[in-house]
Design a binder for this molecule. Structure first.
Ligand code: NAD
Length: 330
């Protein structure tokens, strides 16, 4: 069994690799160019595993694809430029890199992996524009809602556009060349080694600094968070399952049902840390922030029987502990 993971040094790629090492016999090839993923002790530990091969390359360089080899059973295409800061600072690169890497991967995949299955990580951002434009998506939100770019002049939507077109690319390549594929839309995965640009690491690090007064923006906004171990298990199970081998391919939400407000999230982390500020200051949510975001995850449960197992308190404890001991690496 041969598996390839692009973006293997990133947050999801790293945890997926560990999951596959523990739960399958597959040999793993990890591809990354380290624009975001970090070469740290955790990755070094993976490198010493005889089942893991690291190839450092830029997937926008189509000439380098000969280094990937061929005949993979599973290809997880995770590499992309994400992070809200990038959407505003380098929107043209978000579009170029996300589109080129996907297009070149699909071309390489269809020519070199005739028995393989392809997984593409889209995003809930692909439908977030519909919320902004019409403010009436069903909650929880199922997979088949319209995907909308609400304003082509707002660079924030470049990432969403790359995922929207990305979904069309994968659906139509799979249909045309008759290969197995699945599209997943991750909803707020969290856990150790997720960088700093996410609310849970951000709150954890501000708690570590004993920030007082403690500012919470959009305190009544609710989100749901899916712990990374549950998330990568879902991805691996989708790839393994025969229920996702048919055409047209399936698009599937991965996320959690439990909803929590930003204020209650901060309060849970105060309890875990054993510290709380004397004063909490509530500020307005950033412009464009939606009040509720909650995925409908009934489809994945029906397809493969998956549901999240790690509850928020447990996941937050593990994540907080990791951030407090590893903050120097960030
Ligand atoms: N983490 C989430 O909750 C979440 C939510 C929605 C969508 N996603 C999607 O899931 C995928 C993985 O997300 P993540 O959180 O692990 O992100 P990440 O940024 O941690 O990992 C992406 C990896 O891709 C690599 N990469 C970028 N451009 C590359 C290139 N040209 N060549 C080779 N490697 C390149 C980066 O160096 C990085 O290690 C992405 O496609 C992302 O858009 C993630």
């Amino acid at each position: 069994m041969k598996t390839l993971i692009t973006g293997g040094a990133g947050f999801i790629g790293y945890h997926l690799t560990n999951y596959l090492l523990k739960n399958t016999k597959a040999d793993l090839v990890l591809i990354d160019n380290f624009t975001r993923g970090k070469w740290d002790a955790a990755l070094d530990a993976l490198r010493t595993n005889p089942r893991v091969t690291f190839i450092e390359l830029d997937l926008t360089d189509q000439d380098s694809y000969s280094k990937l080899g061929s005949g993979y059973n599973h290809v997880y295409h995770l590499a992309a430029i994400n992070g809200t800061k990038n959407f505003y600072e380098i929107p043209h690169e978000v579009l170029r890199i996300n589109m080129q890497t996907l297009e070149f991967m699909l071309e390489w995949f269809r020519k070199n992996n005739n028995k393989g299955k392809f997984l593409f990580t889209s995003s809930n951002e692909a439908y977030a524009g519909a919320l902004e434009a019409f403010n009436q998506l069903p909650i929880p939100t199922p997979e088949n809602v319209p995907l909308v770019i609400s304003d082509t002049y707002n660079p924030r939507w470049t990432y969403a556009a790359s995922k929207l077109i990305g979904e069309l690319f994968v659906i139509n390549y799979a249909a045309q060349y008759k290969f197995k594929a699945v599209i997943v839309r991750p909803h707020n995965f969290y856990g150790p080694r997720a960088g700093k640009d996410h609310v849970i690491p951000e709150f954890s690090l501000r708690i570590k600094r004993r920030e007082d007064p403690f500012i919470i923006s959009g305190a009544d906004n609710t989100r749901s968070f899916c712990y990374i171990d549950d998330a990568v298990r879902a991805m691996a199970e989708l790839m393994k399952s025969k229920t996702t081998n048919n055409l047209p391919i399936e698009t599937v939400h991965i996320g959690a049902r439990e909803e929590i407000s930003m204020e209650n999230l901060a309060k849970k982390l105060f309890v875990i840390s054993g510290w709380k500020p004397k004063k909490i200051v509530i500020k307005q949510a950033p412009e464009g922030s939606v009040l509720r975001r909650l995925p409908d995850i009934s489809k994945i449960e029906k397809l493969i029987g998956w549901k999240p197992e790690i509850d928020l308190d447990d996941g937050l404890k593990r994540t907080y502990k990791w951030y407090i001991s590893n903050y120097k690496l960030l």
